[in-house]
Design a protein around this ligand. Structure first.
Ligand code: GLN
Length: 284
């Protein structure tokens, strides 16, 4: 390879894949060190094993150093590599969107269970971010006709690009919750993973890289859920389903927000960690 030619023999040119990972592992997690190098090389992780004695070009080494530094500075890996796996698919992410989390797969499983075999149904995802919920549901249940909104133009661009790359058909609308919708329509299913972290929650300090507006409402964490439960009857057909992701300690409060004469079949679903994660109800 050009790296081994005498004219270019500089120490930096003689770093192998193996050595680069070993060096980086002193500074960051070893698994992440591999993920980042695979990203810089544009290869899968098995390539790193089968080519561990290959030398890295100065350009790749420079890029790798920047990535390792970013990780040392606590930037989440998905913002460095620009991708995050969700429900078995790779989604592009930028710092404009919340990084998809495994917790949200609870909402996906629940909606798939409720909609499978029910024929064509219209579904709305409010505050779609990367689009991971809307796109995954559209792909997993092709009989769903999926629409999605976001208040942030940049997030919507990420979601649209994910929908295009994953070859799915989702209609996107820019705007504040239901106000994004351009025509009157009643949906069969409405879902959302709104910013639900209480602004006083210490946990927020550990999430300095994600858009604050995707994490917290700046209040008690329930203001958006309250708003959506109040507004939803205008946009949901009778017998339709409204489901939210929420915090591990918000199940009882969200159930109580549904506790009035408009809603029935109020249910809370736990995530894989055994915590309350999704609450849903049917519009009477
Ligand atoms: N589940 C995320 C967290 O606690 C929060 C995402 C959200 O507010 N929707 O890190």
């Amino acid at each position: 390879t050009p790296n081994r030619t005498v004219g270019q023999l500089r120490r930096i040119n003689m770093t192998t894949i193996q050595e680069a990972i070993a060096e980086a592992s002193k500074r960051i997690d070893r698994f992440e060190a591999k993920l980042l190098l695979a990203h810089c090389l544009g290869v899968g992780r098995t390539y790193l094993i089968t080519h561990d004695k290959d030398c890295l070009s100065p350009t790749v080494l420079q890029h790798y150093e920047e990535c390792v530094q970013a990780r040392e500075n606590k930037m989440p890996v998905p913002y460095i590599t620009g991708t995050q796996e969700f429900f078995g698919r790779s989604f592009s992410v930028t710092p404009d969107v919340l990084i998809p989390r495994p917790d949200t797969e609870t909402l996906i499983e629940f909606i798939l269970e409720k909609t499978s075999g029910k024929g064509p149904l219209s579904l709305l995802d409010l505050g779609t971010g990367s689009g991971c919920i809307a796109i995954t549901l559209a792909l997993e249940n092709p009989s769903l006709e999926v629409s999605a909104t976001d208040i942030n133009e940049k997030s919507l661009a990420v979601a649209k690009s994910n929908a295009a790359h994953l070859n799915t058909n989702v209609s996107f609308f820019l705007g504040d919750w239901f106000k994004a919708l351009t025509m009157p329509k009643k949906f069969d299913v409405i879902v959302s993973n709104p910013p639900y972290i209480d602004s006083q929650d210490k946990h927020l300090e550990n999430l300095p890289f994600e858009p604050i507006g995707a994490l917290t409402d700046g209040q008690d964490g329930l203001s958006h859920i309250r708003h959506l439960i109040t507004e939803a009857p205008k946009y949901l057909r009778h017998g339709g389903l409204l489901a939210f992701e929420h915090g591990w300690d918000q199940g009882a409060e969200v159930r109580s927000l549904f506790s009035n004469s408009l809603w029935t079949d109020i249910i809370t679903v736990k995530d894989l960690g055994g915590n309350d994660r999704v609450t849903a109800a049917i519009l009477l």
